[in-house]
Write a protein that binds this ligand. Sequence first.
Ligand code: ZN
Length: 227
Amino acid sequence: MTPPSHNDHMLFQIRCAGCNAPGAPVCTTCRFALVGRLPQPGSHGVQAAVPFTGRARDVILGLKYRNRRQVAAHLAGLVVNRIVANRDHVDIDVVTWAPTSASRRRERGFDQGEAIARNVARQLGLPCRRLIERSARNGPTQTGRPRLERLHGPDFRVRPNLGGLRVLIVDDVVTTGATLASAERALSEAGVESVARYAVAATPVASTAAANRRRPRLELVGPRAAA
Ligand SMILES: [Zn+2]
C-alpha cells in the first residue's frame, strides 16, 4: 500500500483504471481482458461491447475517478469497434446519450454516458448533440422513484424537430435496458427516423435471470410454505 503522504505525488502519476498498475490509463493486461469476449446479446435490444464483469467492470468503475479522459476514449473505442463490425456507422446522423440524474452527476462530477458518447462521436467523425433531457419531477414524492426507474426507465423529453434524424444513443452500462428504451420512446415520439442503441458493457443476461429467479423462491421459504 502507498502511504498517505504520497498522495500528492500520485496525482501526477498515471495508473490503470482497471488494476491500479502504474504507467498507462488502461494497462496491456486490462486491454486484452476487455477485448476477450463478446457479451451474449441481451433481450433489451442494446448492443454492448463487453460483459460487465471482471476487468471490464473494474475499468468502467475506474472511469469515475481515474484518468477519466483517456479511459473514456478507450472504452468508446470498444463501442466503435462493435458499431463498425455491425456496419451501423453508415446509418447514423448524430450521436447522443441518456443523461444521468442530477444527483448522480453531482456525485461523480460528470456524466459517464456523455463522456462515452462524445468520444464515440469523435472517433466516428459524427456530431454529438444533447438531444435528451430528464423531465422535471412532478410526482408527489421521490420515494419509490429508483424502483420505478429500474422497471420503466426515467422520464425523458427531447428537443423538438428531430424529424428524419438517424440517432445513435450510447450508454456506459446497460442492465435492464429500461433507460435506453425510455430514451428511444421519447426520440421516436419526436419523429426521429431510427435509433441505434449501444453500450460499453451489459450485465450478463444469465446472472440477471438468476437474480430474478432467486427472488420469488425466497418467499416460499418458511413454515407457511409447507401449509
Ligand atoms: Zn490494468
